[in-house]
Design a protein around this ligand. Structure first.
Ligand code: CDT
Length: 314
């Protein structure tokens, strides 16, 4: 008999952040949603990827120009300190995505986990960077994550915070089973992800509805196959005319959606999640120690791209 272990989980979706919107305006919106999350008894609130600015990788510019306009040289800093102060006052943790410029001048797409005392307890730097680094002059917009960011160098890690073992990833990472498996193999009970997903595919003529479908199917399958809860926060709607999907969700280890946003604006969704639900899956169908067969999975780390068929016994 497993005893319930409840945690108040809020996901704070953001509507568009336009080019003209200041960091101060973004932080004020985050603070307002943090207050709402607390009023609904949340222990933790999940904010989106790159939550302080517009999704700037859609614009062609130099790395220097991007650094000047969109990257944070410290966290917290003068503009985000009020968010940290409010978290401490309300005793609520948060996940926040932002563009990180290190003292050595390295650029990462980063997320932090902050505890109820406003201490940064975990940092993650995005590993799966989608898009391109060249200027696609004929495309309606760019996706320049490969130009502006380095591949994250911190790996997939977990932290014990707010009563749960928590792992983080960022946007495109959610589409890769390796991300979630790396977290669940460290006992993650809750995975957090922020995202900015353009509604239009600039590489091929993808029906727009598939953007929502592939987003949800990836999260629901990943939650189930890794016996974990997932909280996923969009920044969405049309940023200066460039539309991104909403669909912020809280997904249970059963793969079922426990809460989902219904707008493309600032919106807080909430679920009083039971971490023990994951224990049931971990003890039975996904008892990793009992049922996994890593000796048959070696290709997963030996190969990056697909290669020739492996010869079996004659
Ligand atoms: N921000 C980010 O990683 N966006 C990507 C867009 C690629 S579209 C398949 C995403 O995976 O949502």
């Amino acid at each position: 008999m497993t005893h319930s272990r409840k945690m108040g989980l809020a996901v704070a979706q953001m509507g568009p952040l336009h080019l003209a919107d200041s960091r101060g305006a973004a932080v004020a919106r985050l603070m307002e949603m943090m207050r709402e999350a607390k009023s609904r008894n949340a222990d933790l609130v999940v904010f989106p990827e790159l939550a302080l600015t517009t999704f700037f990788p859609r614009y062609w510019m130099s790395e220097e120009a991007a650094c000047d306009a969109y990257f944070e040289r410290a966290m917290p800093n003068a503009e985000t300190q009020p968010l940290f102060d409010l978290a401490r006052e309300l005793q609520i943790g948060f996940y926040l995505g932002y563009a990180e410029l290190t003292p050595e001048g390295r650029r990462f797409n980063t997320a932090i986990l902050v505890d109820k005392g406003a201490r940064i307890v975990q940092k993650y730097r995005k590993i799966h960077l989608p898009g391109h680094s060249d200027h696609k002059v004929d495309a309606p917009f760019q996706h320049l994550e490969k130009k502006f960011f380095e591949v994250g160098d911190l790996g997939f890690t977990v932290a014990d915070a707010m009563g749960a073992t928590i792992g983080m990833c960022i946007c495109n990472d959610r589409r890769w089973p390796e991300s979630w498996r790396s977290l669940s193999l460290q006992g993650a009970e809750l995975g957090l992800v922020g995202y900015n997903t353009p509604s239009w595919n600039i590489h091929w003529k993808e029906p727009v509805h598939l953007r929502m479908h592939t987003h949800l199917i990836a999260l629901q399958a990943s939650a189930y196959q890794n016996a974990m809860w997932i909280g996923a926060a969009a920044k969405c709607g049309a940023e200066d005319g460039f539309h991104m999907i909403g669909g912020s969700v809280i997904v249970a280890p059963s793969g079922e959606i426990a809460a989902q946003s219904s707008t493309e604006e600032d919106e807080v969704i909430f679920a009083n999640i039971d971490l023990a639900l994951g224990d049931t899956f971990r003890e039975h169908v996904f008892n990793f120690a009992k049922h996994r067969r890593p000796e048959h999975y070696t290709l997963i780390t030996e190969r990056t791209g697909a290669g020739p068929a492996v010869k079996g016994p004659e």
